[in-house]
Design a protein around this ligand. Structure first.
Ligand SMILES: NC(=O)c1ccc[n+]([C@@H]2O[C@H](COP(=O)([O-])OP(=O)(O)OC[C@H]3O[C@@H](n4cnc5c(N)ncnc54)[C@H](O)[C@@H]3O)[C@@H](O)[C@H]2O)c1
Length: 414
């Protein structure tokens, strides 16, 4: 077997940094206050501490225009996500205004983004004609409604995951709205820019894998007690309603989708994941889905909330010609030669933009969104990929409720 990371140092570097394991996130829930008016610093939340990433300093970011996109930012909740993506530092961005319904959060977001103009709600901010694009870091339950309102107001949208929360109808409405308005939509799936996912995508595009035969991903994050969230959207949430950190390891890497699913759920002992204790009537704390892919391959995707221990946002792929687990491996000499020609390290970021948390993905998501707007092209996680990454989990949960019945998954193509 050819082990790429022994022959090429950069393969080794990428592999090691991309294991995706989240260390020492034990008892994080207990450290966070339940008070909904005061956000906690997100440093103790799994994923935010993972800022290590490998960047090819030889491929510096090159400015190509002085134009600044005028951005409005909504949401400074538990994760303080509105200020976590360096919008305020990007040379092609002017943060025009920010908002959060809770005044102290709104003030905190304004301070963090060095922005003077605030609005009491997203709905008010959308009336500001000077804003071209919004970043929605609001609660997941509001993503569909907030995206639709933003598109209707003529704004391009970047939105935190998931694209929709548990509703196939919302997914269709979103898809139609993006198509009709012709505006740009991007979902900020952090797994898409983890080092290993980035490397796998570059290799896949170069044809190094052939078709993906088997892909897998996990989002393991223990919620022994409910993590605070706006109007408690997180409490007892069906695990696969939030599948994107796992499913993104296939969809955001290949651009393909999942076509059908059979899934199972675990009826566990954590109270919030008992049907009588949550608004979703969800009885599962862990769900495991087996998918057929649009390439004809297979995938296993897991989200686990009721298994205390090391968390992870991770994944890996096995293709017809090679595999990427902790690095790229193949036994075919010409594939090895081809792989050596592929640049698998992430390029440099604009000055002032940090790679940030979740495997050094944050700054790349912002840079991709802004670059797509400036060049009037589709962003990496466009509306089709966003929905193909999210909706598969909604159908998987339905399958788990029916004890593994195989169900077809709606397909989104642009
Ligand atoms: N790795 C990742 O990609 C990752 C990690 C963490 C969180 N997230 C996502 O980030 C988002 C934010 O997470 P959170 O934990 O901070 O959420 P949260 O529920 O704690 O906070 C949401 C915030 O949105 C504000 N809000 C709601 N409606 C609004 C409106 N109409 N106008 C203005 N503000 C409004 C609320 O006041 C609240 O402060 C979620 O969608 C979550 O799924 C993604």
């Amino acid at each position: 077997m050819t082990l790429f990371n022994s022959s090429r140092r950069r393969f080794l570097q990428t592999g090691v940094a991309s294991a995706g394991l989240v260390s020492a996130n034990l008892l994080f829930g207990a450290e966070l206050r339940q008070d909904d008016s005061t956000p906690q610093t997100p440093k103790d939340i799994a994923g935010f501490d993972e800022t290590q990433t490998n960047i090819d300093e030889a491929r510096a970011w090159e400015p190509f225009t002085d134009r600044k996109i005028r951005v409005g930012i909504a949401g400074f909740g538990l994760c303080q996500f509105g200020a976590a993506f360096s919008f305020e530092n990007h040379p092609n961005v002017e943060v025009v205004a920010v908002t959060d319904l809770i005044p102290e959060r709104c003030a905190g977001l304004a301070k963090a983004c060095r922005c003077e103009k605030t609005y009491p709600s997203l709905e008010e901010m959308l009336k500001d004609d000077s804003i071209e694009a919004v970043f929605l870091a609001t609660d997941a339950a509001s993503h569909a409604e907030h995206t639709l309102a933003s598109l209707k107001a003529g704004k391009h949208v970047a939105c935190a995951v998931p694209a929709v929360l548990g509703s196939l109808e919302d997914a269709d409405r979103l898809f139609e709205a993006v198509k009709e308005t012709g505006l740009t939509y991007m979902m900020f799936e952090t797994s898409a820019y983890r080092d290993d996912a980035y490397a796998t995508r570059q290799l896949y595009k170069a044809g190094v894998f052939g078709k993906m035969v088997y892909s897998e991903g996990e989002y393991n994050h223990y919620y022994g007690t409910p993590l605070p969230s706006f109007r408690e959207w997180r409490t007892g949430l069906p695990p696969l309603f939030y599948p994107t950190h796992a499913t993104g390891y296939y969809t955001c890497v290949t651009g393909h989708s999942f076509t059908e699913v059979s899934a199972l759920g675990n009826r566990g002992i954590v109270p919030q994941y008992q049907a009588k204790n949550n608004r979703y009537q969800n009885p599962f704390g862990t769900e495991v889905a087996l998918f057929r892919t649009s390439e004809g391959g297979m995938a296993r995707m897991t989200v686990s909330r009721d298994t205390p221990g090391a968390g992870s946002e991770s994944g890996r792929n096995r293709g017809q010609k090679g595999v990427y687990t902790d690095a790229f491996y193949t036994e075919i000499p010409e594939v090895e030669e081809l792989a050596k020609t592929v640049d698998i390290l992430k390029p440099g970021l604009p000055p002032g933009v940090d790679a940030g948390g979740h495997g050094g993905s944050h700054g790349y998501l912002t840079t991709e969104f802004i670059d797509a707007l400036l060049r009037e092209r589709k962003p990496l996680v466009d509306i089709a990929t966003a929905l193909n990454t999210t909706v598969c989990g909604i159908v998987a949960h339905q399958s788990a409720l029916r004890d593994g019945e195989t169900l077809k998954i709606p397909q989104y193509k642009f």
